[in-house]
Design a binder for this molecule. Sequence first.
Ligand SMILES: [Mn+2]
Length: 302
Amino acid sequence: MKLSTKKNGFLGADQTVSYEASYQKAKAVIIPFGMENHVSYGEGTRRGPQAIINASHQINENDEQTFKAIYRCGIATLTQPQVPKKSTTALNLLAKITQQVLKDGKFPVILGGEHALTPAVLWAVCKKYSDISVLHFDAHADLRSQYEGSIYSHASALRRVLETCPVQRLVQVGIRSVSEVGDELGFMRREKKRIKTFWGWQDPPPQRVIKAISTKNVYITFDVDAFDSSLMPATGTPEPGGLQWWPTLEILKAVFAAKNVVGVDLVELAPIPRLHAPDFLAARLVYKMIGYKFSGTRIKAI
Ligand SMILES: [Mn+2]
């Protein structure tokens, strides 16, 4: 599959320096995919990828933990394709794109869009890696058998992953919204060997999260509503009692150090016009994760 990159994508350029790499030279490839086929409450996730890209142009390139200029690892941004309206067609397209990026030996970073896109990424990831776990940050368990008539709803995203991919373990962090009617609790109980859920009130130390991940390879899916709604109001279904910034980065840093993270997605940002802090948070989180992957996780003090 032929992939095309976009100028002025993630990080962009200022007058003197371009922070973007060519596709050939990039280690990390940003895949914007503003899929929004199911909306339960607040709409706007289709605008998420561009809001993250716009905010990323304001990121100072030097990381304040490692004091490294993360962009030097090479980051390219793909042109967003027209996202098909039919869910299965959209998912197959995203799976194909991700498969190509993985085949080219690059680290895929998918920008959503709604959480419904995650199964497609895992279809591609599981073609390359047989020994894989999923680390899932979210306010919601996303384990419903179906939701509002669709099995490809965002509320069923991780259930579809577990049903359609040979994922060994699902480790959930930040969960504080779970449905009984949607058979989430029942499914969790039946699959308790495969699913480990850390509830929002538990605030697990990084080592407990790492211990729960049974494989060397990990895929991270990050629904921005995992964060407390005060930090992240720009999402369709915000919940109080969520994650905070530095403790979350501590978990991510520890996981990137201990495991082989093979790809990430960041989903469910629904930008609010004139409230740009959430867009900046999302852009910074993407930059941090790429940094942990390629610039290391050892924190320096200067
Ligand atoms: Mn969610």
